[in-house]
Write a protein that binds this ligand. Structure first.
Ligand SMILES: [Zn+2]
Length: 166
């Protein structure tokens, strides 16, 4: 099956990938990273809910940044990929109705905005960590669907999220 992937600047060094633990997407995640020419060039850190887990749970946030620090020291990490995904069970567990979506167009949009909100929050924390720790990092945020297709989560969408009914 051919997948659709977004366009963005290629990773220059190695990558730290934050993904959800969802068992349905493990093969799709490897395929996506291979498509990005990153075979054996990424460390993977897994949290239920990906960015949501790292933002709402202080322990997980600490664990994430400790691992990012080790990854930067050991593996010449230059890019962080935050890979969110649709139909994420952890969003339902952590957020209840706000994190539950049906297949309607409106819910589809709301789901994207909600993932973008948490991904951009974490991306901001990573950028400020990057400045204070002296590790120059770029952050890319993505949303995968259950077929393995991937969209870019852009900063601009985060700016309208205040008006989205999520
Ligand atoms: Zn998930």
């Amino acid at each position: 099956m051919r997948h659709s992937y977004p366009a963005y600047p290629a990773a220059r060094g190695n990558v730290l990938l934050l993904s959800c633990m969802d068992l349905r997407l493990l093969d799709d995640i490897v395929r996506f990273m291979e498509h990005d020419n990153l075979t054996n060039r990424y460390d993977q850190f897994i949290l239920a809910g990906a960015a949501l887990g790292a933002v709402v749970n202080d322990h997980w946030n600490t664990a994430f940044f400790e691992h990012l620090d080790v990854a930067c020291k050991l593996h010449n990490v230059r890019d962080v990929y935050i890979l969110e995904h649709r139909n994420c069970g952890a969003y339902k567990v952590f957020l209840g109705d706000e994190g539950s979506f049906d297949d309607s167009h409106q819910h589809h949009e709301n789901e994207l905005h909600l993932h973008n909100r948490y991904a951009q929050q974490l991306a901001e924390r990573i950028r400020s960590w990057s400045q204070t720790s002296g590790n120059p990092l770029q952050v890319q945020c993505f949303l995968m669907d259950l077929r393995g297709n991937v969209e870019l989560l852009a900063d601009t969408a985060a700016q309208d999220e205040g008006s989205a009914a999520v």
